[in-house]
Ligand binder design. Structure first.
Ligand code: FPP
Length: 244
């Protein structure tokens, strides 16, 4: 049966949505399947949700596909996920062309295997002229790692800097993608209440939406429900409500 789609208001639309795609392993375990099968279904969900986000008019979508901590998994699982990422980058190129989607990367690039680096570089170059939604793949990404790298970049570019005047802007300007606005909404699937090192700096005032649904089960209506919930929130950025 078709689910009721919540009505969304064009005026309060999140420009940037970040997603922690969690629950692939549990999805597989529930079905007595191997964990890698869950990642395969997770990739399909990532494609569905990317398409949905583009149709809904979201401007930036950051997908947390592999963290700096995920290397601790078995080499079989890591190898499988890397293979899926390659497959995603290649198979989505037609979709990106048709929908003018620009693909970008955030994370520790030199720490990725050379073949994945090449796929990412090619995809970034192939899509850099597109003016539709921007999909930012967080691969080998850790928020703490990004902050440390930003600081190192700042020091490298400003060897004589006076650190007593270091500002938030100095750091922001040296993040991986300084031109991309902070995420308005961060979604996490599979019911855990933590941010797991995702967009630590940029997510300081992001609204959080936690869903119990495991990532491989995500569909367009789940993204719509998250946005509908976001639209009910009042964002105060540390300020107070002014009474009339
Ligand atoms: C978390 O589930 C998921 C991952 C670590 C990998 C996510 C990767 C994909 C969805 C495929 C690649 C996607 C793109 C967009 C290139 P988990 O394994 O931690 O699940 P669990 O908590 O249930 O064990």
């Amino acid at each position: 049966m078709e689910k009721a789609i919540p009505s969304l208001h064009a005026a309060r639309f999140p420009a940037h949505v970040g997603i922690i795609m969690d629950g692939n392993g549990r999805w597989a375990e529930k079905r007595a399947l191997v964990r890698t099968q869950g990642h395969l279904e997770g990739l399909k969900a990532a494609k569905r949700v990317t398409k949905a986000a583009s149709e809904l008019g979201i401007k930036y979508l950051t997908l947390y596909a592999f963290s700096t901590e995920n290397w601790k998994r078995t080499s079989e699982e890591v190898g499988f996920i890397m293979g899926l990422i390659k497959q995603y980058l290649r198979s989505e190129l037609d979709f990106s062309r048709q929908n003018r989607i620009r693909v970008r990367h955030t994370g520790n690039f030199p720490g990725l295997p050379p073949d994945i680096q090449k796929e990412i570089t090619d995809t970034i170059n192939d899509t850099k002229g597109y003016d539709g939604m921007q999909v930012i793949l967080a691969l080998n990404y850790g928020g703490r790692d990004e902050i440390v790298r930003a600081l190192k970049k700042y020091v490298k570019n400003n060897p004589d800097a006076d650190f007593s005047s270091l500002s938030e802007k100095d750091l922001t300007d040296n993040l991986d993608n300084p031109d991309i606005p902070d995420p308005d909404l961060i979604i996490r699937s599979a019911g855990e209440y933590r941010t797991s090192n995702f967009l630590l700096w940029q997510g300081a005032y992001s609204e959080l939406f936690i869903s119990d649904k495991l990532w491989p089960d995500w569909e367009k209506c789940d993204l719509e429900a998250a946005i509908a919930d976001f639209q009910k929130r009042e964002r105060r950025y540390g300020g107070v409500i002014q009474c009339a």
